[in-house]
Structure formats: C-alpha cells, structure tokens
Design a protein around this ligand. Structure first.
Ligand code: CO
Length: 230
C-alpha cells in the first residue's frame, strides 16, 4: 500500500477512535437510522465540503455533488437523489450551493476545452446565454464570473422546483423549501441568494426578484456607492 493511502487508513482509525471516545453511542445511533433534514446539492470542488460549511455531523445532511452543482431535468442520478430525499427521508430543506471561483463556471464562461465535461457545462452555458446582455454590461471578468456562479445556483434551484418530485410534494402539502446559496472560498461564508421557494411559481418569482436585485446592486457598487464587487 502506498504511504498516501496508508495515511488515509491511519486517519480513519484516529477519527473513529475519537468519535467513540467523545460519544460511545455515536455509531450505534447512526446505524439505526439516518434522518437528515437537509439535502445539499453542491459542486464537487474539494474546497466546498457540505457538512463542515454548515457545521453538521454525519447523519444530518444528505449530499449530492457534481461539477458546477447542476440539476439537469433528465439527470437520473440527481433526480433519484432528490426523489429519495423528498419522498423517503422527507427533508425539510434543499440547499443548492454554488460557490464563487467555481472552475466549472469559469470554464463555461470562457468556452474552455476540457473534454467530455464540456458537454456537462453546456447547462451552465445555457444560463450564461440567457443573461448574456446583463453579463456583458460590465467589462470585468471576476464580476461576470461571480454573477454567473450566483445565476447558476438560482437556476438550478428553479430546475429542482420544476421536477415532478417537488411539484407532487407541494401538491400534497409537504413542507419542503428549495434554497439557492453561494459559498465564498475567500472567507468561508455562505451568501443567501434570497431564493427560498415553497412552490413552483414561488421559485420563479423569487428568482426573478433576486436576479433583478443582483444586477441592480452590482450597478450601484460600480458607481462607487457600495462595497467593492467580490
Ligand atoms: Co465549482
């Protein structure tokens, strides 16, 4: 076994020992059931670990991650995760968490060529093209990049709200809210994008307002009346 892999096993044993020392019943409880209230849909980026960012232990958050936190309408993997989380686990909140500095979003903006993944990032480019006019207003790459990270998270939240899973859940009165967030690698803080939808129309209306506010705020910042653009 390589030293690197042996180290992982050593880390694992240390972690297991520590958890059991702190709480002898810890693993016994987890074995019995998982009852998470949250579904996290985030980027695969190694710098965006779901549990740590929101301070939750194993068992507390159901997680799905892929490149650029995309929820495509026909992605059986994401749809299965969402369906199981909503119908079986009955999560109360679905957190769509984009992140500033996302490499997938950057590749989508720049039309970078990385192979098969370019096809996946077409979904992000669909969002980019939808807001091409607004994004072109500012000649600053990091500004455009950050706005597309936010727009992408908001649009993936809309996509979730349009799945049969969420529509059926809301129709039967289930309490589940879809949120759009954006995480900052620079300070570890989550930015609430002000989309917390409890219905399909709710999602599109909140998204419209959030996006209008986003571009309005950015214009205000550019005129020097607010904090600098991240
Ligand atoms: Co990313």
């Amino acid at each position: 076994m390589s030293d690197a892999i042996a180290q992982l096993f050593a880390n694992n044993r240390t972690w297991s020992d520590r958890m059991q020392a702190e709480d002898p019943a810890y693993f016994l409880r987890l074995v019995r059931q998982q009852a998470p209230e949250y579904l996290w849909i985030g980027c695969s980026d190694s710098r965006v670990p779901a549990n740590q960012i929101i301070g939750l232990d194993p068992g507390k958050v159901f997680v799905h991650r892929n490149i650029a936190n995309v929820v495509a309408h026909s992605d059986l993997n994401a749809l299965s995760v969402i369906q199981f989380a909503v119908d079986v686990l009955q999560v109360k909140h679905i957190l769509v968490v984009g992140h500033y500095g996302c490499g997938g979003v950057k590749a989508a903006i720049n039309d970078e060529k990385h192979g098969l993944v370019d096809n996946w990032l077409r979904h992000v480019q669909d969002v980019r093209e939808r807001y091409a006019g607004q994004l072109a207003q500012v000649d600053d790459f990091s500004w455009r990049h950050n706005r597309l990270c936010e727009l992408n998270a908001i649009h993936q939240a809309i996509n979730i709200s349009q799945t049969t899973v969420l529509r059926d859940a809301w129709l039967r009165g289930q309490d589940v809210t879809v949120h759009a967030w954006c995480y900052s690698l620079q300070d570890g803080l989550v930015n609430d994008l002000k989309v917390s939808a409890r219905g399909r129309e709710d999602a599109t209306e909140q998204a419209r307002n959030a996006i209008a506010r986003m571009f309005w705020m950015s214009g205000k910042r550019r005129r020097g009346t607010d904090m600098p653009v991240q």
